[in-house]
Write a protein that binds this ligand. Structure first.
Ligand code: ZN
Length: 264
């Protein structure tokens, strides 16, 4: 169970502590009004470091730091509930991440990662949505990499490629529109100041994006195979700029028509 959810608020009220008690909850706890819930999913964790930079720095560390900073920024707007699939350095399977988002009835799901490309001069962010067919070779390779987080045994307890394709096709039209809208919002917010890979909006069959009802996007914030990108992602000031851009993208999503309908 995540630290931030309506269940914890209801539990608090059940204890008879009332609304005065609610005010004493930590600032990350839920407020009483209906706000959209944004689920942040820092990739990897625990025994799974994700991709590793040439100097040994881990993707899981950048993903968690940026996720926690984005949570702060989104909460500071007062417009959203925010939940996270992990808030510490623990391993959570891809299936469990989707389950946590469903349990929280998330309105939007953002999985946060860093890339590792064979050409070390390639740098920049890229944005992925779910598709049973990869948009291109690079998207297919990134999905294969990210889907391997659960390890070689995952296929037995997880899903076969055939079932994965069926799950992807179950994604509703509204969810698809929501995911595509958020992908565009992210591209618009990042472009100009954050380096982007060529054709940064791509699609592939990512396990962590497979909920058929929650608009979901996986963001590769940059390439750890590139020294400049690694420095950018480890620099607190530059990360603050990235977080401000991500916050703007979430704002755009919930103020345009598709996102607004999702948020209900
Ligand atoms: Zn990753």
């Amino acid at each position: 169970m995540c630290l931030i959810c309506d269940a914890s608020r209801r539990g608090f009220l059940r204890l008879g502590l009332g609304t005065a008690g609610l005010a004493a909850l930590p600032r990350f706890a839920c407020a009483t009004t209906r706000k959209p819930l944004v689920m942040l999913d820092p990739g990897h964790g625990g025994h799974d470091p994700g991709t590793i930079a040439p100097d040994g720095y881990y993707e899981k560390t950048i993903a968690l730091a940026t996720g926690l900073e984005l949570r702060q920024a989104l909460l500071a707007t007062g417009r959203y509930h925010v939940a996270m699939t992990r808030v510490t350095d623990v391993f959570i399977s891809l299936e469990e991440r989707v389950r946590i988002a469903q349990e929280h009835k998330a309105d939007l799901f953002l999985s946060m990662h860093c890339d590792h490309l064979p050409e070390e001069d390639l740098r920049g962010a890229s944005i992925f949505t779910l598709s049973d067919k990869a948009s291109d070779k690079l998207a297919a390779a990134v999905a294969q990499d990210e889907n391997s987080a659960d390890g070689p045994g995952a296929a037995a307890s997880g899903v076969s490629p055939q079932v994965a394709n069926i799950l992807a096709s179950l994604e509703t039209r509204a969810t698809k529109v929501g995911s595509a809208t958020f992908s565009q919002n992210l591209a618009a917010a990042l472009s100009g100041t954050t380096p982007m890979l060529p054709d940064p909006q791509r699609s592939a069959n990512f396990a962590v994006l497979r909920d058929p009802s929650i608009p979901s996007v996986l963001l590769e914030m940059g390439c750890l195979s590139n020294v400049e990108d690694e420095q950018r992602l480890r620099d607190l000031k530059k990360r603050h700029l990235l977080v401000a851009q991500l916050t703007r993208a979430v704002d755009s999503y919930f103020t345009d028509s598709a996102g607004g309908r999702m948020a209900g």
